[in-house]
Design a protein around this ligand. Structure first.
Ligand code: NAP
Length: 255
C-alpha cells in the first residue's frame, strides 16, 4: 500500500504516518521543514519531501516521485496552519496565507493525487478539515473559512468521484494535542492525545467514512452550534467581544 501525507513532519500527520508504517505501507510525508521530523522516526519504507503545499508544482513533483511506476492508494491532505495570535481585527495578509495553505494546499494535493488515481480507476483522497469549519468563530475567520471550504469541497468530490472508483473522506477533529494547539492559552474541552486521534482517523479512513467528526462530545456541540438560529449563535458568540477596535487577542480558538 502507498500512502502520501502532507504535513507529516509533526502532530497528526506524523502519527498517522507512524500507524501506516507499522502496518507495512510505503509512506511519503512532506513539510516545509524536514528537520522537525524526530530523529528516531526512521523507516526504510518512509520517504520525505521538502514541499510547501501552497506551491502546486512542488507537491505534484513530490507525489509523482513517490508514486514512480506504482500506484497511489491513499493521499491525506493534512498540512495546515491556524490563525496564531487570533486578533480581533482581521489581518488580510495572514488570511490570504492561511487560505493558500489550508485551502489551495488541499486543492494542489488533490490535483497531485487525482492524475494518478483517475488512471488507476481507484484510490482514496482525504483531507483534514476541522470542527471549526462548521461555524464562524470570532477572531478565527480565515481558519474557519478555509476549513469550511475543504468540507464542502470534499462533500462534492465524494459524490462526483464515486463513479470513478475514488473514495473521498473529510476529517473534522476537535482539539488535538499537537504543536498547533500547544500555543493556545484558553481551555480546550475534550483535548485528545495525538496518538489516539491518529488511530481514530486511520480507522475512519479504513472504513472509507465520508465525513468523520470527533470526539463525539465535540460533534454534538458543533452540530448544535451549526444548526441553531444564526442570530442566536451570533448573540452568544458576541457576548465576549466588547471593543472591536482594540488589537488585543481574545480567548477564542482555532481547532
Ligand atoms: N490540533 C488540532 O486540534 C486540530 C484540530 C482540527 C484540525 N486540525 C488540522 O489538522 C492538521 C494538522 O495539524 P496539527 O494539529 O497536526 O498541527 P501541526 O503539528 O502544527 O502540524 C502541521 C503540519 O503541517 C505542515 N505544514 C504547515 N504548512 C505547510 C505548508 N505550507 N506546506 C507543507 N506543509 C505544511 C507542518 O510542517 P512544516 O512546518 O514542516 O511545514 C506540519 O507537519 C491541520 O490541517 C490542522 O488545521 C488540527
Amino acid at each position: 500500500m502507498k500512502v502520501f501525507i502532507t504535513g507529516g513532519t509533526t502532530g497528526i500527520g506524523l502519527e498517522i504516518a507512524r500507524l501506516y508504517l507499522k502496518e507495512g505501507a510505503e509512506v511519503g510525508i512532506c513539510g516545509r521543514d524536514l528537520t522537525k521530523i524526530p530523529e528516531d522516526f526512521r523507516y526504510e519504507r518512509l520517504k520525505t519531501y521538502q514541499v510547501d503545499v501552497s506551491n502546486r508544482q512542488q507537491i505534484i513533483d513530490a507525489v509523482d516521485e513517490f508514486v514512480g511506476n506504482g500506484e497511489l492508494d491513499l493521499i491525506i491532505a493534512n498540512a495546515g496552519v491556524s490563525d496564531g495570535d487570533k486578533l480581533r481585527l482581521p489581518n488580510f495578509e495572514k488570511t490570504r496565507k492561511i487560505m493558500d495553505i489550508n485551502l489551495y494546499g488541499v486543492i494542489n494535493t488533490f490535483e497531485a493525487a487525482f492524475k494518478h488515481m483517475i488512471k488507476q480507476k481507484r484510490g482514496h483522497i482525504a483531507a483534514v478539515s476541522s470542527v471549526a469549519g462548521f461555524v464562524g468563530l470570532p477572531a478565527a475567520g480565515a481558519y474557519c473559512a478555509s476549513k469550511s471550504a475543504v468540507l464542502t469541497l470534499c462533500e462534492s468530490y465524494a459524490i462526483g468521484l464515486k463513479k470513478c472508483g475514488i473514495d473521498v473522506t473529510a476529517i473534522a477533529p476537535g482539539f488535538i494535542d499537537t504543536p498547533l494547539t500547544q500555543k493556545n492559552k484558553h481551555t480546550m474541552p475534550w483535548l485528545m492525545p495525538v496518538e489516539k486521534a491518529a488511530l481514530k482517523i486511520k480507522n475512519a479512513l479504513d472504513r472509507k467514512t465520508v465525513l468523520f467528526i470527533f470526539p463525539w462530545q465535540m460533534k454534538i456541540l458543533i452540530t448544535f452550534l451549526n444548526k441553531m438560529p444564526r442570530c442566536l449563535y451570533r448573540f452568544l458568540m458576541g457576548l465576549k467581544i466588547t471593543d472591536y477596535t482594540k488589537k488585543k487577542p481574545i480567548e477564542n480558538s482555532s481547532l
